[in-house]
Write a protein that binds this ligand. Structure first.
Ligand SMILES: Nc1ncnc2c1ncn2[C@@H]1O[C@H](COP(=O)(O)OP(=O)(O)OP(=O)(O)O)[C@@H](O)[C@H]1O
Ligand SMILES: [Mg+2]
Length: 333
């Protein structure tokens, strides 16, 4: 059984095994870690693995989604505040650094951290001392900082929207989580892992992957990475019948009406950085549009291009990006 405390990281592709080796080594030390990777590549899972493999495992792992907290509140979230620091701060409140004492502070979506908070974080990382907002008392925090960012961090550094001194301080240990498309064989291994896991969870009989979809799994680009694979497995498992499971967009029992997770209202702690959420929504839109389009055109790309008002070549590229094959749509159904 998977547990939140010791997450199971599944995969055997060389790029992934290299990341696992780094995680194991990084767990031995206390230096800050920066985890960079596309959406759904397992950055949070890696951060938890570092914590639970480290000497700090019995102290808390405290996550903060830097994109979900209003800019004005980030510093008091991190450092706490003294009584009267704000009009509504009637009592002193300790922050997440204090909550993570002895453990790990996980700064998720670091690329969304506003510039002012970047300065405060940098100051904290220099000597691990800080002052709660509105106070003069100096505190010290025994925490290890592990941060996660999307690859857009590189652009933000170039444009100056992210401070390079903070990036230098954080990426003493840099862990790059590889996208699923660069992990040959892993999509299938993970698909089988998720089938077994969700079948158990929902008390359903485990099912084998449909032979026709195995090849597709290996060729599909998985823009949403492991999370997308997990979602596809769950959807197929819950919404289709039969002996075999097909993860392809128009596979057995796949419903176009299924809402994606991005349609479900998120709680504040689940909120994502705007750009990441937009990119994911865009990918979702593209995919469901293309599926419907190709369905209507019965797999005829020229006809589909005409219907969509796009160049045939451009449409072909989009279809390839989403791993959609024209012959899947041949027969009207
Ligand atoms: N190697 C893996 N083995 C098993 N499950 C995995 C693996 N990698 C990711 N997952 C699962 O995929 C989902 C996404 O992982 P996670 O939340 O760690 O990704 P992330 O990089 O933080 O994504 P985002 O950038 O969107 O926040 C989670 O449900 C996680 O449990
Ligand atoms: Mg994450």
């Amino acid at each position: 059984m998977l547990s939140e405390r010791s997450p199971q990281l599944v995969g055997r592709a060389p790029a992934f095994l290299q990341a696992l080796t780094l995680i194991e080594r990084m767990a031995r030390y206390d230096a800050p870690v920066l985890i960079v990777g596309e959406t759904g590549t397992g950055k949070e899972l890696a951060a938890r693995a570092i914590h639970y493999q480290s000497e700090r495992r019995d102290a808390p792992f405290v996550p903060l989604n830097c994109g979900a907290v209003p800019e004005t509140l980030i510093e008091s979230e991190l450092f706490g505040c003294e009584r009267g620091a704000f009009t509504d701060a009637r009592q002193a409140r300790s922050g997440l650094i204090a909550a993570a004492e002895g453990g790990t502070l996980f700064l998720d979506e670091l690329d969304s951290l506003p510039l002012r908070a970047q300065v405060s974080l940098l100051r904290f990382l220099q000597d691990y001392r800080y002052r709660p907002v509105g106070g003069t008392r100096e505190c010290s925090g025994d925490v290890r900082v592990v941060a996660a960012a999307s690859p857009r961090l590189h652009e933000l550094l170039q444009t100056g929207a992210f401070r390079d001194d903070l990036a230098f301080r954080l990426n003493v240990l840099l862990l790059e989580m590889p996208p699923l498309r660069d992990r040959p064989g892993d999509a299938r291994v993970l698909a089988e892992h998720f089938i077994a896991r969700h079948a158990r969870q929902h008390a359903l009989p485990p099912r084998a992957l449909a032979p026709g979809c195995v090849d597709w799994i290996a060729r599909y680009a998985w823009p949403g990475n492991v999370r997308e694979l997990d979602n596809r497995v769950q959807r197929a498992l819950l919404l289709s019948d039969g002996e075999e499971l097909d993860l392809r967009p128009c596979g057995t029992g796949m419903s176009h009406a299924v809402r994606s997770t991005s349609d479900v209202p998120a709680s504040a702690s689940d909120l994502r950085a705007f750009n990441d959420a937009r990119d994911e929504a865009m990918l979702h839109f593209e995919r469901s549009y293309l599926e419907q389009l190709m369905h209507s055109a019965h797999g005829n790309v020229t006809h589909a291009a005409r219907l969509a008002g796009k160049e045939r070549r451009a449409l072909g590229k989009l279809l390839k990006k989403h791993g959609l094959e024209r012959n899947t749509f041949d027969a009207p159904n």
